[in-house]
Each structure stands twice: as structure tokens, then as C-alpha cells.
Ligand binder design. Structure first.
Ligand code: KG4
Ligand code: ZN
Length: 339
């Protein structure tokens, strides 16, 4: 089975072609980062207008790169939520129209299920069940992935997501949007132990996170003395250490408590090198294994939507030809494909 997939939930327009036998044949992505940079964040209306213009050329490019014609496809997957409604509708409308024209089944995919399944694009791939740490711009969750569509939430953030904490701290340090990767780069020049920041909830039992207090601490640290280049780097390092420490402690606690040997790390923050190094060493010390998608498949992309779409279509799932998309969509509402 070969599927075309479309992702347009936020500020990336992406299209991929995935073949059940031959693997990923093409993935194309257009990032709107430059478009939104002057506003310091994503402007939903501008995002939608750009998706409208970008998606169809990306479909043509992906099909050409995959040497695939519509007749070679068996289905179309698209992100149906959660995300910006206007942006989601652009992808959904295009996917449904192409599916109608080409007489193919179309399937709406949960964006976070895409992130969770992205490591299946790599080799070796994780087995199910496993524990997953999902860390993106909007979510921070520890999940037991029992099977396709069977995700049990162990804990999540009470306020800001890990990516949001990276982005807001970066903004306070005067770094351009999107700040996460920029803050990580700056942190590499920071000195250890020069800026200790709070690690909320670390001493509490359980698997919940809280990152909203971090930005106050960062704002104070940034005010405390002249903010020269070294001081900014020291603060950046302190921010990264606080976030990575917190994520590692809770993820490892969940690994130890549940007995899972495999940890999957997914979502944009999974691209963070420090987090990758720390978790790789910690799982190795436990005789376990950690699985990350390659960095470009940690952040938003269509290849991950293609994986979820392929697995669900292969299992015989079809969803009714509605154009519905959902801005909010709890992961717990997902179900395995019908038997
Ligand atoms: O998964 P994603 O692309 O979009 C959402 O679905 O939210 O995640 C984006 C988030 C942003 O907050 C971004 O700053 C963060 O992931 N991010 C990083 C890194 N790369 C992306 N945070 C820390 N270090 C990175 N290298
Ligand atoms: Zn995402």
C-alpha cells in the first residue's frame, strides 16, 4: 500500500509519500518561519493563506520525487487536528478533494499520533508497548503506547509545554522566533553552574510537569546584571539544564515504575541534542533503549502523518467523507482501528 500524506496543522506545509514495502519515498516541507518571524509567533490567518498557496505545489513535488502517479496510491492521510482550524482546513480540503477526484480513501490523522509514530520511520524501530515522552511546542506528556490508537496518559504539563518554555525563555533573552533551537545553540556557549533555575515539581511524586514558573525566573535572571553575551549564554544553559533535567527525571521515573525497556521521544523538543545525549545514556545504563526520530521528523512533517495513515488504512480503517477538523482533540479519544 502506498499513501500520500498532508500536514498543515500550524506553520509548516508538508507532503510525503510512504510505501508499505519500500518505505518513505518522498517528503517535502515548506516552513513559514520567515513569514511569522516579525510578529514573534504564528499568525493563524497568515498561516492559512500560505498553506493554500503552498500545499498543491508540494503535492506535485512529492509525487514527482517519489516517481508516483495518483494511480499508484491507495489512500490519502491528512492532519485533522489538533491545531489551527484554518490551517487544518487547508490540508483537509485538499486531501479530501484529491481523494474524491482520484477515488481513494482519505483518513484524518491526529497530529500527536503522528509524532508518536514518527520513530517507526527509523531503523531500528521501537516495539509496542513502550513508554513515550511527547515534547512539542504545545504538549508535554508521558504516555504508555500500548498499541496503535491505544495511548494511556501517565502525566502531562499543568501549564506551559516544554517547547513553549524554550520559546518563551528565548524571547526573554532577545533571541528571534522560534527560539527553542536558537536557545539550545546559545546554551552550548554557556558555563555550567552559573545560572541555577528552578525545576518545579521535581521533588513531587508522579509524572506531572510545570514550566510556567521558569519564565519568571529567566526574566529575573536576565535583569539581575548587565546582560552581556556570556551572561546570556549562561542563562540559556541554565534554562536548557532545568528543562532537560525535569524531562529526564520524570521520564526515567516512569520507565522505572512501569518496567518498559523502550523509551520513545517524539515532538520538536526531541530534536534537542542535550536531551538526546542524556536519555540515551540513562536508558543504556538501565539495559534499555531510547528511540528518537531523526531531528527533521521530530518537528512537524508529513512523513509521520503518512506512517499513522498507512497503519490505519492497512488495518482497514476508513473514515466518513467529512471535512471536520478539530482545534482541540484529546489523545485519549483515539481508538485502535476497528477489527
Ligand atoms: O512538534 P513541533 O514542531 O510543533 C508542535 O507540534 O508544537 O515542536 C515545536 C517546538 C518549538 O517549541 C521549538 O522551539 C521546539 O519544538 N524545538 C526545540 C528544538 N527544536 C525544536 N527545543 C529545544 N531544542 C531544540 N533543538
Ligand atoms: Zn507537532
Amino acid at each position: 500500500m502506498r499513501v500520500l500524506a498532508i500536514e498543515s496543522s500550524c506553520d509548516e506545509s508538508a507532503v510525503a509519500v510512504l510505501d508499505g514495502q519500500r518505505g518513505l519515498l518522498a517528503h517535502e516541507l515548506w516552513s513559514q518561519v520567515e513569514l511569522h518571524r516579525i510578529y514573534g509567533g504564528v499568525v493563524p490567518e497568515l498561516a492559512s493563506r500560505d498553506h493554500v498557496q503552498r500545499l498543491l505545489p508540494l503535492v506535485h513535488a512529492a509525487l514527482a520525487a517519489a516517481d508516483t502517479s495518483p494511480a499508484d496510491l491507495q489512500g490519502i492521510a491528512y492532519t485533522a487536528g489538533p491545531g489551527l482550524v484554518g490551517a487544518l482546513l487547508c490540508g483537509a480540503a485538499l486531501a479530501r478533494s484529491l481523494a474524491y477526484g482520484w477515488r481513494l480513501p482519505a483518513i484524518g490523522i491526529h497530529h500527536l499520533e503522528g509524532h508518536l509514530l514518527a520513530p517507526l520511520l527509523e531503523s531500528p524501530a521501537p516495539d509496542l508497548p513502550h513508554l513515550a515522552l511527547l515534547v512539542s511546542g504545545g504538549h508535554t506528556m508521558l504516555i504508555e503506547a500500548m498499541g496503535l490508537g491505544d495511548y494511556r496518559l501517565l502525566g502531562e504539563t499543568r501549564d506551559d509545554a516544554a517547547g513553549e518554555a524554550f520559546d518563551k525563555s528565548a524571547k526573554l533573552l532577545g533571541l528571534p522566533y522560534p527560539g527553542g533551537p536558537q536557545l539550545a545553540a546559545l546554551a552550548a556557549e554557556g558555563r555550567p553552574g552559573r545560572c541555577e533555575l528552578p525545576r518545579p515539581m521535581l521533588d513531587r511524586p508522579g509524572y506531572e510537569f510545570s514550566f510556567s514558573g521558569l519564565k519568571t525566573a529567566v526574566a529575573l535572571a536576565a535583569r539581575s546584571q548587565p546582560l552581556d553575551a556570556q551572561r546570556r549564554a549562561d542563562i540559556a544553559r541554565g534554562v536548557q539544564e532545568a528543562i532537560v533535567d525535569t524531562l529526564c527525571v520524570k521520564a526515567l521515573r516512569a520507565i522505572d515504575d512501569t518496567g518498559h525497556r523502550q523509551l520513545v521521544v517524539a515532538g520538536g523538543v526531541g530534536a534537542n541534542r542535550e536531551l538526546r545525549v542524556r536519555l540515551t545514556a540513562a536508558l543504556a545504563a538501565r539495559g534499555g533503549q531510547v528511540f528518537f526520530p531523526r531531528p527533521e521528523f521530530c518537528t512537524d512533517n508529513a512523513a509521520m502523518i503518512a506512517v499513522a495513515g498507512l497503519l490505519r488504512l492497512q488495518a482497514g480503517e476508513r473514515n466518513a467523507a467529512g471535512l471536520g477538523v478539530r482545534a482541540r482533540w484529546p489523545l485519549a479519544e483515539l481508538r485502535p482501528p476497528p477489527q
